[in-house]
Ligand binder design. Sequence first.
Ligand code: 2BA
Length: 111
Amino acid sequence: MKLIVAIVQDEDAGRVVSELMDKGFGVTKLATTGGFLRAGNTTLISGVEDDKLDQVIGIIEKICKSREQITASTAPMGGGAAQGVFVPYPIRVTVGGATVFVLEVSQFIKV
Ligand code: 2BA
């Protein structure tokens, strides 16, 4: 058995959950925050039998689109009086698709 941990964009999460549920997979949705953008994203966890792994990854791949986001970055100004002054400026980053980790499950227990 595998545990899939998929970090997806909030916009895609609802559709991924619906499709996984429709196909009979269990899934848990967690509200998370990305370390770089400090913006909300969604982490989905799903335990699946080994032979279903490709099917679940296929669903995530099909629904999750990469998008460009504008975020504020800072760079120090030049020398002189401006030295040490940080000015925010917009930068464009491409955010996943989905970032997916697949972990081996040693035990699956429901009590
Ligand atoms: P964030 O950390 O908010 O990152 C959002 C996007 O910003 C990233 O998209 C990437 O395109 C860009 N980015 C991240 N760090 C950067 C840096 N140091 N310099 C320039 N651009 C940078 P994705 O790679 O698609 O990641 C989307 C989200 O997936 C991340 O949100 C984070 O929550 C998670 N993630 C990505 N890699 C991870 C990892 N190795 N471990 C745990 N979580 C990860």
